[in-house]
Design a protein around this ligand. Structure first.
Ligand SMILES: N[C@H](CCC[C@H](N)C(=O)O)C(=O)O
Length: 293
């Protein structure tokens, strides 16, 4: 099957975007992984498929698949901004404000005059069972009335005496699961070492995205994210939201924060409580193409 695609990125987190609004597009895991493959396919962190809405009052549905595994996931912040640019550039809508269904969310997205896109990311979810995160037998440390959880990680650094070491993470969901740990300097953070250990930790039954957060001021942070089923990406939209929400709950951050990641800057706003998280950032089209699947 010959498939047209658009290659896009949001702050360096890159996507292959497919249009399934005019005809259904059922891709199997092997085809999705081929699209994501940076050597034998197109190459992308995630694959986004744009479909007609299934609910009244909603403009589109969009589905997200991690490129390395072909696994479908609940949410993609950077992808949602690229989705807006895609449907407008492809003449699928001329609206500035677009409502879109994802696996378990309804999002409202707004195209800004400066080309950036603002996404209403809905409320964060803190209930561990809903992340999901297994807290059985764990004793959280409360800070500013927010839980920081100890995680034991295998530590084979001391080969003579293999043991474990403990890290402390904030845990929450932005529709997809996130664990956030604070570091002194993101450039020296052990992302490649701790990322996979936390991502696959048995207390996260659906695995987890892992954020390494450096607080630069109450209005600016640096962040690196080891994404579930993707490894470290140049930016992670839901990860930026999770890190800022955790930082606000822990008393480190104000309600409006710039998040500097290796691929670019996102701005995240959260007023706390039941308020939605708002994320604003760039969305770029790189090239169009066709591929045989
Ligand atoms: N790897 C993520 C999905 C993509 C999220 C990220 N690219 C974003 O911008 O939010 C997960 O498995 O939950």
């Amino acid at each position: 099957m010959r498939v047209r695609f658009t290659k896009m990125h949001g702050a360096g987190n890159d996507f292959v975007v497919l249009d399934a609004t005019r005809a259904p597009l059922a891709l199997n895991t092997a085809q999705l992984r081929h699209l994501g493959d940076r050597r034998f396919g197109v190459g992308a962190d995630q694959i986004l498929v744009v479909e007609p809405a299934t609910q009244a009052g909603v403009d589109f549905r969009y589905r997200i698949f991690n490129g390395a595994t072909g696994a479908e996931v609940e949410h993609c912040g950077n992808g949602s901004r690229c989705f807006v640019r895609y449907v407008r550039e492809h003449g699928l809508t001329d609206r500035d404000t677009i409502r879109v269904e994802t696996m378990n969310n309804l999002l409202e997205l707004r195209q800004q005059a400066d080309g950036r896109v603002t996404v209403d990311m809905n409320r964060p979810v803190f209930e561990p069972a809903l992340v999901p995160f297994n807290t059985e037998g764990l004793q959280a440390r409360e800070q500013n009335a927010f839980a920081l959880w100890p995680l034991d990680l295998p530590d084979d650094r001391r080969a003579r005496r293999p043991g474990t070491r403990e890290v402390e993470v904030a845990v929450l969901s932005m529709g997809n699961p996130h664990a956030v740990l604070r570091v002194e300097n993101v450039n020296e953070a052990p992302v490649a070492e701790l990322g996979p250990l936390i991502e696959a930790h048995p207390r996260f039954p659906r695995k987890v995205n892992v954020g390494f957060l450096q607080v630069l001021s109450r209005q600016q942070v640096a962040l690196r994210v080891f994404e579930r089923d993707a490894g470290e990406t140049l930016a992670c939209g839901t990860g930026a939201c999770a890190a800022v929400v955790a930082g606000i709950r822990l008393g480190w951050l104000d309600p409006h924060v710039d998040v500097d990641m290796r691929g670019g800057r996102l701005t995240v706003q959260w007023a706390g409580g039941d308020a939605s998280v708002l994320m604003t950032g760039p969305a770029e089209t790189v090239f169009e193409g066709e591929i045989e699947l």
